[in-house]
Design a protein around this ligand. Structure first.
Ligand SMILES: NC(=O)C1=CN([C@@H]2O[C@H](COP(=O)(O)OP(=O)(O)OC[C@H]3O[C@@H](n4cnc5c(N)ncnc54)[C@H](OP(=O)(O)O)[C@@H]3O)[C@@H](O)[C@H]2O)C=CC1
Ligand SMILES: O=C(O)C1=N[C@H](C(=O)O)C[C@H](O)C1
Length: 266
């Protein structure tokens, strides 16, 4: 399978290039970066001390020509610029980028009518297992528990709360028959009044080089259940993305998430 990686000089882009070069059945076909990138024209493997023959480019059409799949971990505006070109050339798309608004999410969903799309804010197997555990926990602890979600990431992350935290909130809210849009509280300040027991609170921590920590708390009378996932390397996201690319190669057009890829849907 011929793969193009966007955001090639980014934290995830580099991890994806390293992982692609080591994954059976995957050929690194192209590497894209922004028009401002200092890495344009450089070999995609240079940061590893390797020569791959693939040069980092911002010529999207030329780079995508002949590719089977794009893996995109960039920014929403970049993803939404690449997507129509993927549709035009019938190239599947694995999207790990976070921070989309509703219109952006709808565009990605609609792309699934033309090409294979896996869209997930976290491609790690452990986080996706955690989502299933959260669904079960929420169904059992369905009344008398206040729910709070705390996430921590490195100082360079630009969106908050993380896509993973929002997904966790959505899974818990759905399991409780609530709509996250109506019950989410993003931070508190000043005289807030007592807590509304129907809300789901989010707290964001940013600092240092934290790769990604998420905790969901179910706080009741006399006890507190905390479900935590901690990432210690970006490798988990990259191997998940490779699995997603192979899944799309086998399944073709459609809109999927990592629960589909991992066979975790009921
Ligand atoms: N789903 C998952 O499992 C995971 C998702 N993520 C998400 O992936 C995304 C990227 O994270 P990370 O790698 O840490 O971020 P980085 O900032 O390290 O990398 C972003 C890359 O995207 C490129 N880029 C930014 N804007 C544009 C643009 N307009 N057009 C083309 N390329 C662009 C950057 O190029 P330049 O520097 O030249 O601007 C850079 O190469 C984030 O949304 C993050 O939340 C992260 C980890 C796991
Ligand atoms: O930006 C990151 O680093 C991460 N982003 C994703 C998110 O927003 O949930 C996934 C992971 O937590 C790392």
């Amino acid at each position: 399978m011929k793969l193009v990686i966007t955001g090639a000089s980014g934290r995830m882009g580099r991890m994806l290039i390293e992982t692609a070069l080591q994954t059976d059945g995957i050929i690194l076909h192209g590497a894209l970066d922004s028009a401002n990138s200092a890495f344009l024209g450089k070999d995609a493997g240079e940061f590893l001390g390797q020569t791959t023959g693939v040069l980092i480019s911002n010529d999207v059409e030329a780079t995508l020509m002949g590719a089977d799949c794009v893996i995109d971990f960039t920014r929403p505006e970049a993803t939404l610029a690449y997507l129509p070109i993927c549709i035009k050339h019938n190239i599947n798309c694995v999207i790990g980028t976070t921070g989309f608004d509703d219109a952006g999410k709808a565009e990605i969903h609609a792309a699934g009518a033309h090409i294979g799309v896996v869209f997930a804010p976290n491609m790690g197997v452990g986080v996706n297992a955690t989502l299933k555990i959260l669904e079960l926990a929420a169904k059992i602890l369905n009344s008398g528990y206040d729910i709070e979600i705390v996430e921590a990431h490195h100082r360079l992350k630009v969106d908050a709360p993380s896509g993973t935290a929002l997904k966790m909130g959505e899974v818990v809210a759905n399991a409780l028959g609530r709509d996250l849009k109506d019950c989410a509280i993003y931070g508190r300040e000043g005289v807030t009044g007592v807590r509304d027991d129907q809300t789901i609170g989010f707290s964001t921590i940013r600092g240092g080089d934290v790769i990604g920590d998420h905790t969901v708390m179910f706080m009741g009378q006399g006890e507190r259940v905390e479900i935590t996932h901690k990432s210690s390397s970006r490798i988990t996201y990259a191997t998940g993305a490779m699995r997603a690319a192979k899944f799309l190669n086998a399944h073709g057009a459609g809109y999927y998430d990592m629960q589909d890829v991992l066979g975790l849907k009921d």
